[in-house]
Design a binder for this molecule. Sequence first.
Ligand code: SAH
Length: 421
Amino acid sequence: MSEGKQYRNDKKEVRNKNGQGSKVRPALKERTKKTWKDNQCRIADRCGGCMGQEQSYEEHLMQKQKLVEELIGPFCPIEPIIGMEEPYHYRNKVHAVFSHDKNGNPVCGVYEEGSHKVVPVEKCLIEDKKASAIILSIRDLLKSFKIKTFSEDSDYGLLRHVLVRTGHQSGEIMVVLVLSSLIMPSKNNFVKALRKIHPEITTVIINENYKSTSMVLGEKEQVIYGKGFIEDTLCGKKFRISSKSFYQINPIQTEKLYEKAISYAGLSGKETILDAYCGIGTIGIIASDNAKKVISVELNPTAVRDAISNVKRNGIQNIDFYTKDAGEFMVQFAESTPDRIDVVFMDPPRSGSDEAFLSALVKLSPAKVVYISCNPRTMERDLTYLTENGYRAVKGVGCDMFPWTGHVESIVLLTRINTVK
Ligand code: SAH
């Protein structure tokens, strides 16, 4: 996000020929003596994934509080941002791109900002430590298995990306090897060797992506070890998560986010709830104990498959799922059903909601709307629409789901102004 840039460290790192970055400028050298906890990252400038490393976490949080107040504050009072106690190594989903250096040695890391050059990553301040270690082990195994990394210039080679997902409470770990072809020689022995180093890996998937695209995952997948998904627990409910389903990347903050959002709804147990943009069904499933009925809608069929299995996993009887564009679903629902929806939870992607959804929402006129957003700018736009069309924003709060990045999650409670339908 662009607002992150101005806070990033402007010192350049000088790297030696081993890529270890030991010859550094005096000022940086002084600072590299500190631990990661003291806000150090030697590749921050080139990676571009983080910001504010020279700030204290307090200052970083205040920056985000200010942003939420600027954008959402004009609509309603903003409570103090919900921060993390240990704002490090929170990312449960870690992605590494694989390439090779000019000597043909495999490297893995992130694309340098604005380019397709790979910046090697040995340690990352925000990634799950086990996931980072697994990625490095994969890199180190490649030579002995004669697996070549893919070259975008020549279209030659096999391994393009590795994606690791970890279950925070379950400890389960999924490894996805993104390959240019599903034909992977010695795949079983590769898994055996990898699991010998990391027995904590519970499933391994190969995914085929031969296209030149910014999408990491391709369509076709094959499970080569384990059950093909991981499970995790959030707010006391169990969730199955597949490689292609959305799952919040900071499990500690997700529990705080969901608890706050559900408390904003002030449920009595008699309400019919709509969980729009529901992913694998998390919010609706967690809220279902305090609701009469839950209706959930999501566009991604893989996520809905997970969601349906999650309902069974938790023995829940009062949820229905629909695989549909949330806007289209709302329009049809508003036209065809006399059912009253009391509370809508909406948690759209960064681009926010759309007019079809918002206008149908106004037509359905639930008493309460709890809007959860990972982008306060699109939230501001959508709040403008809703507050001009019969809703009042009552209160809002930021939640730091993504420490050391420019992103901030927010929740706003809206109530219908005219309480008589
Ligand atoms: N509430 C869930 C998911 C939030 S992310 C959670 O907390 O985990 C946003 C979700 O919206 C993703 O699962 C994405 O697949 C889904 N989505 C994106 N566009 C959509 C659309 N037009 N209609 C319905 N769902 C959509």
